[in-house]
Ligand binder design. Structure first.
Ligand SMILES: CC(C)(COP(=O)(O)OP(=O)(O)OC[C@H]1O[C@@H](n2cnc3c(N)ncnc32)[C@H](O)[C@@H]1OP(=O)(O)O)[C@@H](O)C(=O)NCCC(=O)NCCS
Length: 139
C-alpha cells in the first residue's frame, strides 16, 4: 500500500535508494534526506510493505509570493500508477495561497504538467554539474 507523508520522522537514508535515475553526479541517499529536510515543502510516497520511499516532490518558497518545485521523481518500477499525479496535486494544493509556482521540465513533460493547469513560460538557468551531488555544500 502506498501512503503519502509530509513528515520525515522515521525516514532513513536506506529508505531513499534508487532515485536520481540518469543523473551523472547524483546526491547520495543521506544528501537526499538532507535536501528533503531543508525544503520548505516535501511530500513522500511510501510503500508500506517494502518500507521504502518510492516517490517524492519538493518545493522551496519565500512564503509570501513564490514557490519553486525543483524535484519530482517516482522510482521506475512504481511509475504509471498515479503516484506522480498525486504528489503534484498535493503540493499544488499546499501552495495554493501563493502567487506563483514555477518548475522547469523537458518539453516532453509539458502535457503532463498542463493537466494540472500549469502554463508554459520562458526561463533561464545555470547548471553546475560539479555541484550536482550536493556534497560540496555539506555542513
Ligand atoms: C514524471 C514522473 C514523476 C511521473 O510519475 P508517475 O507516477 O509515473 O506519473 P503518473 O502515474 O501520475 O502519470 C503517468 C502519466 O505521465 C506520463 N509520463 C510519465 N513520464 C513522462 C515523460 N517523461 N514524458 C512524458 N510523459 C510522461 C505517462 O505517459 C502517463 O500518461 P497517461 O496518464 O496518459 O498514461 C515520473 O515519470 C518520473 O519520476 N520521471 C523521472 C523524473 C522526472 O522526469 N521528473 C520530472 C522532473 S520535471
Amino acid at each position: 500500500m502506498i501512503t503519502y507523508r509530509k513528515s520525515l520522522e522515521g525516514i532513513t537514508p536506506e529508505m531513499l535508494t534508487g532515485f536520481f535515475v540518469g543523473w551523472p553526479n547524483p546526491p547520495t541517499p543521506s544528501v537526499h534526506l538532507r535536501l528533503l529536510r531543508d525544503s520548505a515543502y516535501r511530500i513522500l510516497a511510501f510503500d508500506e510493505d517494502a518500507c521504502r520511499v518510492v516517490g517524492f516532490i519538493t518545493a522551496i518558497s519565500d512564503g509570501v509570493l513564490t514557490a519553486f518545485i525543483p524535484l519530482l521523481e517516482v522510482l521506475p518500477e512504481y511509475q504509471g500508477r498515479g503516484i506522480g499525479r498525486s504528489l503534484v496535486k498535493q503540493i499544488l494544493a499546499e501552495l495554493s495561497h501563493l502567487y506563483s509556482v514555477d518548475l522547469v521540465c523537458d518539453e516532453n513533460l509539458r502535457p503532463y504538467y498542463e493537466r494540472f493547469g500549469l502554463i508554459p513560460v520562458r526561463g533561464m538557468a545555470r547548471r553546475n554539474y560539479a555541484a550536482q551531488s550536493g556534497t560540496i555544500n555539506e555542513d
